[in-house]
Design a protein around this ligand. Structure first.
Ligand code: ATR
Length: 276
């Protein structure tokens, strides 16, 4: 196996651009995966102030690919040479590949979430309650539309819920007064329950019914209050590690053309999160 120290003149460079970025778990995902895949590649976190300069740097230095995070996922789109269709629809790019000087934008967030869900449930025709209307909810919402789910959006700020529902052709219901009786899947795409607010859940437990699939995108903590209550009620649960690991796996696949081992990525992340 290639050691981390074996950086030489052939090493391919990847990274993440964002601000702030020092808390990012992406270097852990990617460097460990590169080593396991025996690739001569390295991945760094770049705290970026000027997006244009950063993109010129990627072009100028021949950086092979970058992850894009807050606050650049939408801002970056007009500066790219090409953007895949669904990333343009979502209005967010989380992955750039440098294809011989051409910067191409992709979105692996939606695929990550959808892959995790589809391990538990066939989404076609299913009633899904999507909590949130921010960037993550938007990515997941577009994925659910692709899969043919019937989605109800609910968000604290109703104007944002209305806007996302309109873009996707979904319905929305007021925050915490959802009247739909038969829900198959609940997805928390808000930040409610994230550390240090671990005692909070985005949804009263009365909504949780046996057999439902309940997914949370929050990964700190891994077992959120929502998932803890869902488990007690006999729901199938999916924690935030799944989407995180799978969006990273999607990036690796775009960059290298190879599918990384997802369970190994989850293991790396679990270890990293335990150290936080
Ligand atoms: P991301 O890109 O991770 O989705 P975001 O765009 O800031 O982040 O979205 C955060 C989501 O969490 C939003 O849906 C937000 O609701 P608002 O649109 O009303 O702001 C939701 N959210 C954050 N804190 C919340 C809270 N305390 N109660 C309910 N919803 C909350």
């Amino acid at each position: 196996m290639l050691e981390a120290t074996m950086i030489d003149a052939q090493t391919k460079l990847y990274g993440v651009i964002g601000n702030p970025v020092r808390h990012s778990l992406s270097p852990i995902i990617h460097n460990a995966a590169f080593r396991r895949m025996e690739l001569n590649a390295a991945y760094l976190a770049f705290q970026v102030n000027n997006l244009m300069e950063a993109l010129n740097g990627i072009r100028g230095l021949g950086i092979c690919g970058v992850s894009v995070t807050i606050p650049f996922k939408t801002q970056v789109i007009p500066f790219l040479d090409q953007v895949e269709d669904i990333a343009r629809k979502i209005q967010a790019v989380n992955t750039i590949k440098n294809e011989e000087g051409k910067l191409v934008g992709y979105n692996t967030d939606w695929r990550g979430a959808l892959e995790a869900l589809e391990e538990k449930v066939d989404l076609k025709g299913k009633k899904v309650l999507l909590l949130g209307a921010g960037g993550a909810a938007r990515a997941i919402g577009f994925g659910l539309k692709e899969k043919g789910s019937q989605v109800i959006i609910s968000n604290r700020s109703s104007d944002k819920a209305n806007e996302l529902a309109k873009d996707l052709g979904f319905v929305c219901q007021p925050w915490l007064s959802i009247s739909e009786p038969k829900i198959d899947v609940i997805i928390n795409a808000t930040s409610v329950g994230m550390s240090p607010h671990k005692a909070e859940s985005p949804l009263p437990k009365i909504f949780l019914k046996e057999g439902m699939v309940v997914m949370d995108i929050v990964y700190q903590p891994l077992k959120t209050k929502l998932l803890e209550e869902a488990e007690k009620r006999g729901c199938q649960t999916i924690d935030g590690l799944e989407m995180l690991a799978r969006q990273g796996a999607g990036q690796l696949e775009i960059w290298t053309g190879r599918k990384p081992e997802i369970n190994q990525i989850k293991e790396d992340l679990r270890r990293a999160l335990a150290g936080f």
